[in-house]
Design a protein around this ligand. Structure first.
Ligand SMILES: O=C1O[C@H](COP(=O)(O)O)[C@@H](O)[C@H](O)[C@H]1O
Length: 462
């Protein structure tokens, strides 16, 4: 039996991602006990009814298994600071008590995951409370930390230092849910298990790399958070730079977690953002949609970017002169995450008949999952004319091959103790070193913030 403790269980992340993933794991036969913790003063039955109501629309499986194994503890995170504070003692006692009660019914945990789905300012005091309450057994306990990991490098260093007082790096699982997405896991396999890709993955054959994470959704009631974060902190610091590192990294020395992490850190450290050549935007309202400045929690004169198209240079022999473009934004015309690799023209291409388009490889992350390769062939029945055709492997179209949700995969790995798909401290640090100056640049250059109408296609302009 594994125990999962979720701090911030009534928050948005928990409702949309964690609880549905846990419901699926329980349905698949995993033996789990889940303890939800939040500040709200509610009874167990009310909490379960709340989960049933709020998760129903996002959950693909029956919630019965989850509701049977879900328990609630109230805890005021703000009053956990000082060791002498009576709130700490009562919180620690109640966590230890509830564990003892659950053990009587379900037995001792084989493994315990402590998921901090809270604002980062709570990380240190929660880590301390978990350690102090003796509910985390050495060797079988892991702490899972949600993004954002800090608001900038300085705060990230501070949070990391505080968590590290209580948990060893080998027990710290920093979640970036994009790393659990099927096609990003596949990117690694695609590159390193195929000579046809591995051999050409460099400046000699690749002309440019474009990474898109486009969203139709807006900020979904998270105005207070997003106005401080913006696209740079919300998406670029984590998901976009992780995707870029997976494309740009050199082959690790082996497939072990440490070697993969070293390779990604090295790659992140070689990256430089060309801010003058980048573009930033903020959505305005339309007849049917709110503009960013109309959203609750957003300052009426906010200069926060909801869109970024960043030019990235990588100072590595493999990538000299190859531009990487990272594009992400809210309230765009389509929801799509894709990695587009455009190849250089072949040597004799300009001597052929017809339009010879350089090859491209598209790794579709979502909503479609798959790989599309465009290449040239002799047109059927033609003497010499070249035409472009494509090889399309659509993984998500294949019946019975629907990939598990990213959170399911990440939770399974955390239960196994496998850190490979979680961000190391070095990756977080290197990503903040890139993003901090970019945020400062956008705040210092309000004239660089282009306005785009919610729901409009802006990609033609970047
Ligand atoms: O972490 C975040 O990711 C989501 C986008 O995730 P996806 O799996 O739907 O692509 C984004 O909407 C949110 O603002 C951000 O915090």
């Amino acid at each position: 039996m594994d125990y999962i403790w979720i701090f911030g269980v009534t928050g948005d992340l928990s409702r949309r991602k964690l609880l549905p993933a846990l419901a699926k794991l329980l349905q698949d036969g995993r033996e789990l006990v889940i303890v939800g913790i939040s500040r709200k003063q509610v009874r167990q039955s009310v909490f379960r009814a709340y989960v049933e109501k709020t998760c129903e629309s996002v959950c693909e499986v029956s919630l019965n298994g989850l509701l049977d194994r879900l328990f609630y503890v109230q805890m005021d995170f703000d009053h956990l600071e000082e060791p002498e504070d009576p709130a700490v003692i009562s919180a620690e006692k109640s966590l230890a008590d509830i564990k003892a009660e659950l053990e009587e019914i379900y037995g001792a945990p084989s493994r315990s995951l402590f998921i901090l789905a809270t604002m980062p300012e709570h990380f240190g005091r929660l880590a301390r409370t978990i350690r102090g309450s003796d509910i985390a057994e050495e060797g079988t306990a892991a702490i899972l930390i949600e993004k954002p990991f800090g608001y900038d490098l300085a705060s990230a260093v501070e949070y990391n230092e505080r968590i590290s007082r209580y948990f060893d790096e080998s027990a710290i699982f920093r979640i970036d849910h994009y790393l659990g997405k099927a096609m990003l896991r596949n990117l690694f396999s695609l590159r390193f298990s195929n000579a046809i890709f591995d051999a050409v993955w460099c400046k000699d054959y690749i002309e440019e790399v474009n990474l898109y994470a486009l969203e139709t959704l807006g900020i979904e009631g998270r105005g207070g958070y997003y106005d401080k974060a913006g696209a740079l902190r919300d998406m670029v610091q984590s998901h976009m730079l992780q995707m870029a590192a997976l494309v740009a990294m050199d082959a690790p020395e082996d497939l072990g977690t440490e070697a993969v992490r070293r390779s990604k850190i090295q790659s992140l450290r070689q990256m430089k953002l060309n801010l003058e050549e980048s573009q930033f935007g903020q959505y305005t309202g339309s007849e049917s949609e709110n503009g960013f400045l109309d959203e609750e929690g957003v300052a009426p004169d906010s200069g926060t970017e909801t869109f970024a198209s960043l030019m990235l240079e990588i100072d590595a022999p493999r990538w000299q002169g190859v531009p990487f473009k990272l594009v992400t934004g809210k309230k765009l015309s389509e929801k799509k995450t894709v990695i587009e690799i455009k190849m250089k023209a072949a040597k004799l291409a300009d001597q052929m008949d017809g339009v010879v388009t350089p090859n491209s490889i598209e790794i579709n992350v979502q909503p479609e999952e798959g790989v599309r390769i465009r290449f040239n062939v002799l047109a059927p029945s033609s003497e010499a004319e070249i035409v472009e055709r494509e090889l399309d492997y659509c993984q998500s179209c294949l019946i019975g091959e629907k990939s598990p949700e990213a959170y399911e995969k990440l939770l399974i790995d955390a239960l196994k103790g496998d850190l490979t798909l979680f961000a190391s401290w070095g990756e977080i640090e290197a990503a903040w070193e890139l993003v901090d100056p970019a945020v400062a640049y956008v705040r210092a250059h309000p004239e660089r913030l282009l306005r785009y109408e919610a729901g409009r296609d802006v990609l033609g302009r970047v």
